[in-house]
Structures are given as structure tokens and as C-alpha cells.
Design a protein around this ligand. Sequence first.
Ligand SMILES: [Zn+2]
Length: 389
Amino acid sequence: MRLTTLFLLALISSGLQAQEKPIWDVLITDAQIFTGSETLVRTDIAVHNGTIVAIGPELDRQQRANQMIDGTGKTLIPGLMNTHVHTWFPAHLQQAAKAGVLGVCDMHGSAFAVQWLSQFNDSIGYADYHAAGSGATVPKGHGTQFGIPVPTIDSTRSAREFVLERIAEGVDYIKILREPMRPTLTFEQIDTIIQTAHENGVKAVAHVSRCGDGVELAKRGIDGLVHIWFDRTMTEEELEIFATRDDMFIVPTALTNMKLLEFLKEQDRDMGSVIDSTTLLKEIGRLYDVGIDVLAGTDPPNFNINHGTDLYEELRLLAAAGIPVDDCLAGATAKSADHFELPGQHRLEVGSPASFILLPGNPLQDLGILYDLEQVWQDGNLIFDSSKP
Ligand SMILES: [Zn+2]
């Protein structure tokens, strides 16, 4: 072949290559998409450079993507959030991510954990770590019994100083531990904590185990409760107080509380009056019905609950509490991200991170399909694929 011909062929092929350069990394076609707040049927979604760049019915298929996935009969949902965990190791963050739980909110840890684990937030294959650092408690109070040093509110550290110390450590929100089984914070101290947190632009959330404490904290402006109580049910008057706080959320940790109730029964422990599991679920439904956002959290590693798949069980319990399935999923995705101030995250919108789960069926009909998840994508990277061992 003559040199000029070769030169011409080279020119043509390089021209073709330039023309065929894919404009998207991934295009998923004809999937049902739960965006975090609404459900779109037969929709395409395009991903480029780790970001969702287009969503719509029949995106231009002539535009080339490096990878095409047929989403027919499948559902895409945003990466989940577990809004009540205790994460000690990076392996916990990996276990979460593999199960599609791409964000966790630690509810009582340490300054060391905040510094160490938040370093993994830029790593692929690890759930994003958000944290309270040490929860606010008093000497010998709840949270001090686990063998890790806990800075307490005492004669050497005021409630205000405690909050400012946590903020200086880089926490994302403040956790209050109100637990009358042990010495505990007074409501006056709690007022100062909430006020100082708010003055500094962070939210304050609380552990409670008693209905009266939940009601009192709702009155005092807490942003969220991260357990539901199990001693009794709300009176109608108490429920009215929650109805006036429709900006508030609760992470009821239904799975944890049920395991706790079982444990108390087995051990024949006297915790005073306790409600049963059915009543517990009803209580969650009552809060939902008056406008409290119910978020998903499981409190691992308590009762050997894991950082990953056990969140699916929590979602099933929330559905059993009477919450519509799309709102259960919203409480594990967009609503959680809103309350924990992560704009654009845990939702499927143009401009959001390409972090999602591909399911082989419809979770709105059967949440159990979560256990069969096919793929998990994080920032445009495939981090779990069930077809690959
Ligand atoms: Zn906890």
C-alpha cells in the first residue's frame, strides 16, 4: 500500500474516532426511577464524570455512552442513608456501601473517629461518614459505660463549652443523651445545648427512651429524636405537641427497640412499664400521621445489627407501621439528606452524584427486593455487582 493511502486511512479513522467519542460514561434505559421523592416510570438516566447529567424518558439514544444498561423491569433508587449508627472501623463503612448504604450518621463516637473515619469520605467503596462525635452526657450517664473516654458536662465543662468543643472537632451535629436509667442531663442543660448548637448553625438531636422526655424535647426545640420511646404511648394532647413541630424528624430505630424489648423479656429485666412491639409500630405511625418525618436508622452494632442489609429490615418495619413505602424510602434517602443538610445527595436529580442502587424489581411493591440488589454505584463507580462474585 502506498504511503499516501495509509496517510489518508489514518486521517479517516482518527476523524471517525473523534466523531464517535462517547459523551456519557453510563446510560441506563427504561428503568423505573425513585428519585428520593417521586417515582418516574420508564425513564433513562445518563452519568458522566461521577454526576447525573440527564434524566428523562427516551434520552437521545444516538448519543453514545461507554456503557449501556437495559433497565427494563428494574428500579433505580438513590444510595441509602442510615441515620443512626455507631461506626468504629472503616470496614463498617465498606459493609454499608456494599449494601447500598452510602451515608451513615454516627450518633455517639469520639473525636478520634470523627477525624479518622471522615477521611474515607473521598474514597470509593466507603459510606460517607457524618458524626456527632461524643454525645452530650454527665458523669456516669448513658454513653459513659462503653469503655471509651467521654467528655462529660460537669463542674469543669459547661453545656455551652461542650457544644463549642464538639464544633471545633468538626462534628456535623450535636447529640444529646437524655436517659433517666442513669444520671442524666437536666432540661436546663439541654436548653443550653440546643441553643448553642443553633447559634452555631448545627442541629441538635437526642436519645430518649421515655415518652415524657420525647414530648419535653419536642417542646424545647430539638431538631430530631434518634429513638422512639418504649415506656408508654402518647396522649392525644402530647401528640398535638408533635403536630405543631412538623419541621422535626424521628429516627425511631424500630428494629433496635424491638430487639431491646425481646431482650428485656428474655432476661426478665425490670425496666418499669414497657409497650409491646405492635404498639411501638403504632406509635411511629401516629407521629408520621401528624407530619413528623420518619427516617431510617438501625443503631448498629447494638444487638449485632449490621451496617448494611439490616437497614432493609428497618424499612419493612416502617412500612408495617403504616408509612407508605415511597415515604419509607424517602426517609432513607432524600428526607434524611434534607434533615442532615446534605443538599443534592441521596436523590436522583441532574447535578447529583451518580450514587444509586439498581434493583431487579419494584421496591414500592415489595421492599424485600432490596435483598436482591444487582448493582451499587457510587459517584459513577460500580462498587457492587451481584453478577460478579
Ligand atoms: Zn445509638
